[in-house]
Design a protein. Structure first.
Length: 474
């Protein structure tokens, strides 16, 4: 067997595998022998059919199968041994593949197109200056988050008179224009409303300062400005029926419920953070600030990553790729895609591929590795965050570890954890390679910048698509 590689250019090659009879004959004979042992033909016991009959019936299909297996085994062995970095998978060569006649030939040649990974000579230096946004943790945000915690962990209590944000429950009855109860009208013994949600100020005012047992006559249709969703829910009717109920209703108040914020005390602190870690209001503020700072740092790091990714893609824009091969490979390995779809998506696919290769280079050059212990610790952090989200704070370590073991049984979860750890390590490496231009910024300003960047990228994608469409027209 002879294997030859011919480079067409820096990113395209043709690999030819020449197979002679002595290369495949032993495997063919063994396969036919195995078939004979397990085949029953008319007039012959199992395993006693004549070899000639077996050859006639199965010979060609076995020959094709065994040659194909041999060729592909040797093909990938060669790629591995020659340390060829290829993109996609080898495809049958359209220009140099000779005709194959399995009925008359004994020696065969198989030619394959290969896409070679280009040299990604892309580097960052201290001459690369990139912004790094330090998001300011404003006092107003801390106060807002404290108030949110107090609301979220507050209680509901029954009160005597109605305020704007109270929940009012009562017996609702539809009225005639004369003010008497409407025959076959709407009745709801457990109607619930919140005055602050009403759109009409006059109707809203009818409820303020009223007490349990009071009867309020009001017009729901006017109160909610005819909004079908709110009215259908409140009146317990279909949205299309709302228009038919624009009259007044009476509501006898049976219960008034008011939300009361939690007090900023030890009970609240222990509901939000692990018991004993926060023991005063000052600790509470500092812990919240610490959490927000960590969150903002992650936001800043990811924004930096997007900026440095764009810089690296710019540096790699002139690197040659085997475009024709890649488009063909995408088309042949995605049967549901048309040629037009491949052409349309190719710029995005190419950018993704370029950056993946750059990322692989960064990982290799900097010896970035992830240990099992890192994955385990990240799983524990993930579980604690999930539990905290549902208000489960002071949970035993044994329970947390059991949950971590369970999520690590899912391959998708493990891959997600690995990707996050890897991204953090890559960001750390890249931050050390460039010059960071530190900029203090409010979160509102930061959001504006990221939104503008997203809009610019969307516009670039639109322009690329339009350019592709224009090229296809001509």
């Amino acid at each position: 067997m002879n294997i030859t590689l011919k480079n067409i250019d820096s990113v395209n090659a043709i690999l030819t595998v020449a197979v002679e009879k002595e290369d495949y004959q032993p495997q063919v004979q063994k396969a036919l022998s195995d078939i004979r042992k397990n085949t029953v033909l008319d007039g012959f016991r199992k395993g006693n059919a004549p070899k000639s009959r077996i050859q006639t019936i199965y010979g060609k299909s076995v020959l094709v199968d065994e040659i194909n297996k041999l060729v592909f085994d040797k093909l990938f062995d060669y790629i591995k041994e020659a340390n060829l970095n290829i993109l996609g998978e080898p495809l049958p060569c359209k220009t140099e593949q000779k005709p194959l006649d399995f009925n008359n030939q004994e020696n065969y040649e198989f030619s394959f197109d290969l896409a070679l990974t280009p040299e990604m000579n892309v580097h960052l230096t201290k001459e690369d200056k990139l912004p790094y946004y330090n998001i300011i943790v404003e006092k107003g945000l801390i106060k807002e988050l404290i108030n949110k915690f107090k609301r979220d962990h507050g209680i509901y209590e029954k009160v005597d008179s109605v305020e704007e944000n109270d929940i009012v429950r009562g017996n609702l009855v539809e009225l005639e224009e004369s003010g008497v109860e409407k025959e076959n009208g709407i009745k709801n013994e457990n109607a619930i409303l919140i005055p602050s949600l009403m759109k009409d100020e006059t109707e809203k005012a009818k409820f303020i300062a009223t007490k349990k047992g009071d009867t309020i006559v009001f017009c729901p249709y006017k109160a909610y400005d005819g909004y079908k969703i709110e009215l259908s829910s409140f009146l317990k009717i279909k949205k299309e029926d709302v228009i038919n109920h624009q009259s007044d209703f009476s509501l006898v108040i049976e219960e008034i419920i008011r939300h009361k914020d939690a007090e900023p005390n030890q009970e609240l602190f222990d509901k939000i953070y692990e018991q004993g870690t926060v023991t005063s209001e000052e600790d509470f503020k500092n812990k919240i600030k610490e959490d927000v700072t960590l969150h903002f740092t992650n936001e800043s790091d990811y924004k930096f990553f997007l900026d440095v990714k764009q810089r690296l893609e710019e540096k790699a824009k002139d690197i040659q790729f085997p475009d024709a091969f890649l488009k063909r490979w995408l088309l042949e390995t995605n049967t549901e895609k048309t040629k037009e779809m491949v052409e349309e998506n190719y710029p995005e696919v190419l950018n993704t591929l370029k950056f993946q290769l750059i990322k692989n280079k960064i990982i290799k050059e900097n010896g970035i590795q992830i240990e099992n212990e890192e994955i385990w610790q990240r799983a524990l952090i993930t579980v604690k965050a999930m539990l905290r989200k549902y208000g489960m704070i002071n949970i035993s370590e044994e329970f947390i570890e059991d949950c971590a073991n369970n999520i690590l049984k899912k391959e998708e979860t493990v891959n997600n954890l690995v990707d996050k750890i890897l991204l953090e390590k890559i960001i750390g490496v890249l931050k050390a390679q460039v010059t960071l231009e530190q900029k203090d910024i409010t979160f509102e300003e930061f959001q504006k910048i990221t939104k503008e960047q997203e809009q610019e990228q969307e516009q670039e994608q639109i322009q690329i698509q339009e350019q592709i469409q224009d090229e296809q027209r001509f």
